[in-house]
Design a protein around this ligand. Structure first.
Ligand code: SF4
Length: 265
C-alpha cells in the first residue's frame, strides 16, 4: 500500500490544479466544506487544509454537517476528530426524512431529493454565517457517471460543474476533487483512517437513479479494465466540447462569408 503522504500529495496536486484552473478560491475566501462523514468529504476537508497551509492565497476552511434527524445518525466521531484538531465545525439540523416522506411523488429518487435538501440547508447556513464558497466532495467518477446518465436517460449532454453559482445568486459551490478518481480517494481514506460514519438512513432507499448510477459505475469499471484510460478520456471530454460537431441548432450559424454547404454553386 502506498504511504499516506504520497497518496495525499497526489490528490492535493490534482485538487490544486482544478482550483487554479477554475479559479475556485480567491484571496479572503471563507470556505465551508460539506462534511457528510463519508470518505469523499473527509478527503476534501484534509486536502483543502493541506493546500491552505502552503498557499500564497489566504483563505479559511471550516466544516459543516447537515444532521438529517435520523435517530441512527451520530456525528459525534466527527465532532471529536475535528475539535482535537482545532477545525471550526458546525452541525445544522433539518428533518430531511420527514420532508422527503411528505413531499415525494412516484418515481422520486430518494437520495437525489435528499442531496437537494441538504444543499438547501447548507446554502441558508452559509449565507447566514458569511461563507463565500461551499466545497462539495464530488469526484471525477461522479462527473463521468452523471455525464453518461444524462446522455442515456434524459438525452442531454451535461454533468456536474466544478464551479456553480447557486440559483439563489449568492452561494458559490466548488468541487476541488473534480479531477480525482474514486479509487484514489478510497486508497487514501483507507490509509488515513478517518472516522467514516453512515448517513443513518433507516432502510436504505434505492430508486431508479441510484440503480442506474450503479450500472454506469459497473459499466465504466468493465470498460476501463479492457481499455485503460477510458475514464480519463471521458473526464477530459467534458472540457473539450466541439460544438460544431453536435446537433444544437443555434450553434450551426455559418460564419459570415462562409458558403452554405447545401447551396449548389
Ligand atoms: S441513503 Fe438516505 S440519508 Fe443517505 S443520501 Fe440517500 S436518502 Fe439521504
Amino acid at each position: 500500500m502506498e504511504p499516506l503522504e504520497l497518496l495525499e500529495k497526489k490528490i492535493a496536486r490534482k485538487a490544486a490544479r482544478a482550483i487554479h484552473e477554475f479559479s475556485m478560491i480567491t484571496e479572503g475566501d471563507r470556505v465551508l466544506v460539506a462534511l457528510s462523514g463519508g470518505k469523499d468529504s473527509w478527503t476534501l476537508l484534509n486536502v483543502l487544509l493541506r493546500l491552505r497551509r502552503n498557499s500564497p492565497v489566504k483563505f479559511t476552511v471550516s466544516a459543516a454537517t447537515v444532521h438529517p434527524g435520523f435517530p441512527e445518525f451520530d456525528p459525534s466521531p466527527l465532532q471529536k476528530y475535528l475539535s482535537g484538531r482545532g477545525i471550526e465545525y458546525f452541525i445544522e439540523r433539518a428533518p430531511l426524512g420527514d420532508i422527503i416522506e411528505n413531499h415525494k411523488t412516484p418515481g422520486t429518487s430518494y437520495c437525489a431529493f435528499c442531496a437537494r435538501l441538504r444543499r438547501g440547508v447548507l446554502y441558508t447556513f452559509a449565507k447566514r454565517e458569511g461563507f463565500t464558497k461551499i466545497a462539495l466532495g464530488h469526484h471525477a467518477d461522479d462527473l463521468i457517471e452523471t455525464l453518461l446518465l444524462a446522455q442515456f436517460f434524459t438525452g442531454e449532454i451535461k454533468s456536474i460543474p466544478p464551479v456553480l453559482l447557486a440559483d439563489d445568486g449568492v452561494n458559490v459551490v466548488i468541487r476541488p476533487l473534480c479531477r480525482v478518481f474514486e479509487e484514489e480517494i478510497s486508497a487514501y481514506s483507507q490509509v488515513a483512517d478517518f472516522p467514516v460514519i453512515s448517513c443513518g438512513c433507516p432502510p436504505h432507499r434505492t430508486g431508479a437513479e441510484e440503480l442506474n448510477r450503479a450500472k454506469m459505475k459497473k459499466m465504466l469499471s468493465e470498460l476501463e479494465k479492457g481499455h485503460h484510460g477510458i475514464k480519463a478520456n471521458l473526464l477530459s471530454c467534458l472540457g473539450r466540447v466541439r460544438t460544431r460537431y453536435l446537433m444544437q441548432k443555434n450553434l450551426h450559424i455559418l460564419d459570415e462569408g462562409e458558403p452554405c454547404p447545401l447551396k449548389k454553386p
